[in-house]
Ligand binder design. Sequence first.
Ligand code: AG3
Length: 282
Amino acid sequence: MSRKERELRREFLESREYHTPSSGIFFKVKRLLYRQKSAYQEIEVIENEYFGKVLLLDGLVQTTERDEFFYHEILVHPGFMVHPNPQRILIIGGGDGGVLREALRYPVEGVVLVEIDPQMIEVSKRYFPWLSPALEDGRAELVIADGKNFIKGTDKTFDIVFIDSSDPVGPSAVLHDKDFYEIVKKRLNFEGIVVAQVGSPFFNLDSIVERGGFLKEIFRIVRFYVGTVPTYPGGSWCYVFLSNEIEPFSVRRRVPEGLKYFNLDVCEAAFALPNFIKTRLE
Ligand code: AG3
């Protein structure tokens, strides 16, 4: 095959995520940088002309160079904005380092990041240098473990817990169950907050509603919110803010400089739910 043919062929290679059996998102592959099965999942990194580097786990888009800030900022900052003194932070999942990077914008004492797949951390260090430097920060402690087992076994307690899981299939499945949230609650300090990503309100509304049901049995304050993520299914993504003492918006304590998505207005708007979601959660 000539060089030109090879190049042409490469240009037409596509990487895709199915959102339903008949629709989804595709990325033309400018370069295939990495594709390997780790002990837990298939990890794929491609380069796309528009989105830059794209990370997929088991065929599900996790993050892209161009739009990662939408997700990482809106997951992290609402919790920090209202907590009176966030010092001890826990991240479950998030081996790419993006949530950690956002948490380290604050003067926290320490962040424990629990990632099940060591290969994910290596891939991030190699291909995602805008996320991974956080993994080397002196305030970060990396633990390679199953998030649920870690929570069960630790006697540490935390001010804010972020759950940066993938979808409820594969290694992330256990991070979506009622008993997982029950044990997370036990590891919270007074005025503790938990924030988790819970899926697409368009495609996964039934599972979000079901989760709302059992979360209300565990936490006094259960508030869902939404934000845009251009490359996730449906383009709009849902998160949940949980606490026993603190309401989102009860105060506005701090917003770091230099963010690209999050600000006070966006935060307030994020908790305003469209009717198709709101009516199901009432
Ligand atoms: N974790 C949430 C990804 C969920 C995406 N789901 C999907 N594409 N079907 C992202 C990890 C980034 N730190």
